[in-house]
Design a protein around this ligand. Structure first.
Ligand SMILES: CCCC/N=C1\SC[C@@H]2[C@H](O)[C@H](O)[C@@H](O)CN12
Length: 646
C-alpha cells in the first residue's frame, strides 16, 4: 500500500477510537476536526452511500430500489432535488405522486437509510437544464448561477418553500438527512460568484439551522475547489476509478486540512449520449478502488447506484448537439429497471469487510415479460387535429418566436408559413446563425422535404409553388445541464433564409401532445371529423397508434422499435421518453410494469419524426438493449438479473 495511503489510514483509524460526550438519547450529526471523521450521536461514523434519483423512478418502485441498496450494505443514499421537477410553472409547487419527496425520504428512513440531500438549486445530473426551471429564461439576459437579482429572487423563493419542508427530516430533528450540499460543482462554472454562494449559505443556514452539516462538491482541481468552496461549507471532492486517490484526497486536504475524507461522487459507471457507444466501467475496478477508499476511512457516495430513466423530456445535454439518452442506466450496480448486477455483488463483498451486511436474501430482479409484437397504424389526420394538439391556438408573428417566448418549455412547436415564390429548382433553406434549437422537420404541403439539425445540418433543399404551406416542426431535445451555455433557448432562434427570401409571417402552434394524449386522444378520438386525404408521407413526422392487449400481467418490459428512426412514445398517457435507435446506442425503452393495465387495452402512441418501417411493428421484450451491439446470445442479459444473491 502506498505510503500516502498509509498516512491517510493512520490518521483516520484514530477516528475509530474516539467517542463524543453527549447527553444520552440526544441526536446529533457533526464533523470531528480533531479525529477527522463524522460523528453520529457522538460516535465515529463512516458513510457508504449510493446515489438514487427519485425523479427517474416511478413512485411504485422507490421502496424496491431502496431495499436493494440497504441489502447491499449501504447506510446512506444521496438524493438530488430537481427544482424544475417540482416547480414546472413559476410559483406552482408539486410535491405529490412521483414528486412526493417527503414520501421518498420516509421510505428511506423506514428502510434504515440515512440521506445526503443535494437540493442545488443547480444539480447538473444530465437532467434538463441541470434542474433549473426553463421559465428562468423569460429574462433573456439572466445570468444563471450568479448573484443576478432575478435569478437570486427566484432561487430564494424556491428555497423558502423547499428547505423548510425538508427541516423535519433532518437527522437532528428525528429524520434521516445527515448532510446537505450547497450548489453543485460550482467551481466548474465560469461565474465563480462568491456573493451567490454566500447568499445560498445564508439561506441554507436560515432555514436549516446552525447545526446542519453543509458541504460542497467539486472536481479535484485547484481552480474548481477555489471557486466552488466557501467558509462554513465543508469542501468535498468527486472522482472516479481512474483518479489517483491519494492526489484527490490531498486536494481536499488543501481546503479541509482536518475533517473526514469524502468522495461525494465515486463514478461506478458513466452517462450515454446519442451516437456514442454505451459507457461501461469494470466492476472489479470499481470494487477495488472502493475498498482502497474505505480502508483509508473515507466516506464514499457511489454515483450512480440506481440511475433510472429520463422519462418525458427530462434528459439533459452538453453544449451543441451532444444529447443524453433516455436511459440513465449508467452501468450502475442496480440497473435502470432496478435489477441487481455483478457490480452490486462485487461492491457488497467489499462493504462486508467494513460493516455488517443485513441478513437475508437480496430482493430479486423484478419480473420481466416479453409481450411480443404490436402492429401500429397511422393516426387519422383530421381538420381538427391542430385544435386538439394546440388547444390555445396559434400565435401570429412576423418573425419566429422561441419556445420561451411562447411560454412552452418542452417538446415540440409547429412553425407555419407559406412559400414566397415558386421554387421549381431545389432551393436552399438555411439557418444562417445555427438558430435551429434543436431539430427542425420541414414539410411543404404535407410532404417531407428534410431536416435541419443544430450544429450539424444547417441547409436543406426545398421545392414547391408560391403559396404552398410550409410546416416546420421544431423539437426541443433537452437543455444543456453542464457548463457556461445553460441559457439554452429553444425553437427557431433566428430567421430562416429560403433562397434570397427571409421567411416571415409565421403562424406558431404550441403543441401540447402530452395534454392531448392524457385526455385520451387519439384512441378515444370520437370527434366526427372528416379525415384529410393523406399524401401517404411515409417519411417525416407522422403519428401512429396501437394497443397492447392485456394478458393479466403488469410486469416490466422493454420496448424495441426495430427499424424505426427517431421519435417519442407514450403508453397509457405516460411519456416514456425519446427513442433513436437509428443513432443509438440505446435500442430499447424501459417500461415499468405498474404502468400497464392487466385488464384494459394499453394505449400506445408514437410520434415518429423521420421514417417508420413498412411493418409498423414494435416489440415488447423481456430484456434491455442499451448498446448498438446486440447482446451476446445466451444468458448475457442475466448480467442484469442476479436473482441468486444470498
Ligand atoms: C467533464 C464534465 C464533468 C461534469 N460533471 C459530471 S458528469 C456526471 C456527473 C453528474 O453530472 C453530477 O451531477 C455532477 O455533479 C458531476 N458529474
Amino acid at each position: 500500500m502506498a505510503a500516502g495511503v498509509l498516512l491517510f489510514v493512520a490518521v483516520n483509524l484514530a477516528c475509530l477510537s474516539v467517542s463524543g460526550n453527549l447527553v444520552s438519547g440526544e441526536r446529533s450529526f457533526s464533523i470531528d476536526h480533531k479525529n477527522d471523521c463524522f460523528l453520529k450521536d457522538g460516535k465515529p461514523f463512516q458513510y457508504i452511500s449510493g446515489s438514487i434519483h427519485y425523479a427517474r423512478i416511478p413512485r411504485y418502485y422507490w421502496k424496491d430500489r431502496l431495499v436493494k441498496m440497504y441489502m447491499t450494505g449501504l447506510n446512506a443514499i444521496q438524493v438530488y432535488v430537481p427544482w424544475n421537477f417540482h416547480e414546472a410553472v413559476q410559483g406552482v409547487h408539486n410535491f405529490t405522486g412521483d414528486q412526493d419527496l417527503g414520501h421518498f425520504l420516509d421510505l428511506a428512513n423506514q428502510t434504515g437509510l440515512l440521506v445526503i440531500l443535494r437540493p442545488g438549486p443547480y444539480i447538473c445530473a444530465e437532467w434538463e437544464m441541470g434542474g433549473l426551471p426553463a421559465w428562468l429564461l423569460q429574462k433573456p439576459s439572466i445570468i444563471l448561477r450568479s448573484a443576478d437579482t432575478d435569478y437570486i429572487q427566484a432561487v430564494s423563493n424556491w428555497l423558502a418553500v423547499l428547505l423548510p419542508k425538508m427541516k423535519p427530516w433532518l437527522y437532528i430533528n428525528g429524520g434521516n438527512i445527515i448532510t446537505v450540499q450547497v450548489e453543485n460543482e460550482y467551481g466548474s462554472y465560469f461565474a465563480c460568484d462568491y456573493n451567490y454562494m454566500r447568499h445560498l449559505r445564508t439561506l441554507f443556514r436560515l432555514f436549516l439551522g446552525e447545526d446542519t452539516v453543509l458541504f460542497t462538491t467539486d472536481g479535484n482541481t485547484d481552480k474548481e475547489m477555489t471557486c466552488g468552496t466557501l467558509e462554513g461549507l465543508y469542501a468535498t471532492v468527486d472522482f472516479g476509478t481512474d483518479t489517483n486517490i491519494t492526489q484527490a484526497f490531498s486536494r481536499q486536504r488543501q481546503f479541509e486540512p482536518r475533517g473526514p475524507l469524502v468522495n461525494s461522487e465515486f463514478y461506478t459507471g458513466w452517462l450515454d449520449h446519442w451516437g456514442d457507444p454505451h459507457a461501461v466501467v469494470d466492476a472489479q475496478k470499481v470494487s477495488r478502488v472502493l475498498e482502497e477508499m474505505l480502508i483509508m476511512g473515507a466516506n464514499v457516495n457511489m454515483y450512480m447506484f440506481e440511475g433510472g430513466t429520463n422519462f418525458g423530456y427530462w434528459n439533459g445535454k452538453v453544449i451543441g448537439f451532444i444529447i443524453v439518452v433516455t436511459s440513465y442506466d449508467y452501468d450502475a450496480p442496480l440497473s435502470e429497471a432496478g435489477d441487481p448486477t455483478e457490480k452490486l455483488l462485487a461492491i457488497r463483498d467489499v462493504i462486508k469487510q467494513f460493516r455488517d451486511i443485513p441478513s437475508g436474501p437480496m430482493p430479486p430482479a423484478t419480473p420481466k415479460f416479453a409481450y411480443g409484437f404490436v402492429t401500429l397504424k397511422k393516426v387519422r389526420l383530421s381538420h381538427g387535429l391542430l385544435n386538439t394538439l394546440s388547444p390555445l391556438g396559434p400565435v401570429k408573428s412576423q418573425y419566429p418566436l422561441t419556445f420561451e417566448e411562447m411560454k412552452q418549455y418542452y417538446g415540440y412547436m409547429l412553425y407555419r408559413t407559406t412559400l414566397p415564390r415558386d421554387l421549381s429548382e431545389p432551393t436552399p433553406l438555411i439557418s444562417p446563425l445555427n438558430g435551429v434549437h434543436d431539430r427542425a422537420y420541414v414539410c411543404v404541403n404535407g410532404l417531407f422535404q428534410g431536416l435541419l439539425e443544430r450544429d450539424t445540418v444547417l441547409v436543406i433543399n426545398v421545392t414547391g409553388q408560391q403559396g404552398d404551406t410550409v410546416d416546420i416542426l421544431v423539437e426541443n431535445m433537452g437543455r444543456v445541464n453542464f457548463g457556461s451555455k445553460i441559457n439554452d433557448y429553444k425553437g427557431l432562434l433566428s430567421n430562416l433564409i429560403l433562397g434570397k427570401d427571409v421567411l416571415s409571417d409565421w403562424t406558431i402552434y404550441p403543441l401540447d401532445i402530452d395534454g392531448a394524449i392524457a385526455g385520451g386522444w387519439p384512441h378515444s378520438d370520437s370527434r366526427k371529423s372528416f379525415p384529410v386525404p393523406q399524401k401517404d408521407p411515409s417519411v417525416g413526422p407522422v403519428l401512429y397508434m396501437g394497443t397492447l392487449q392485456p394478458n393479466g400481467l403488469a410486469w416490466d418490459t422493454f420496448l424495441k422499435l426495430h427499424e424505426w428512426t427517431k421519435g417519442q412514445i407514450w403508453i397509457n398517457g405516460m411519456n416514456l421518453g425519446r427513442y433513436w435507435p437509428a443513432r443509438g446506442p440505446q435500442q430499447t425503452l424501459y417500461i415499468p410494469g405498474p404502468l400497464l393495465s392487466t385488464t384494459l387495452p394499453n394505449n400506445i402512441t408514437v410520434l415518429e419524426l423521420e421514417r417508420a418501417p413498412a411493418h409498423l411493428r414494435v416489440l415488447f421484450m423481456d430484456r434491455p438493449q442499451l448498446s448498438t451491439q446486440p447482446a451476446p446470445p445466451g444468458d448475457a442479459h442475466k448480467k442484469h438479473c442476479i436473482s441468486a444473491l444470498k
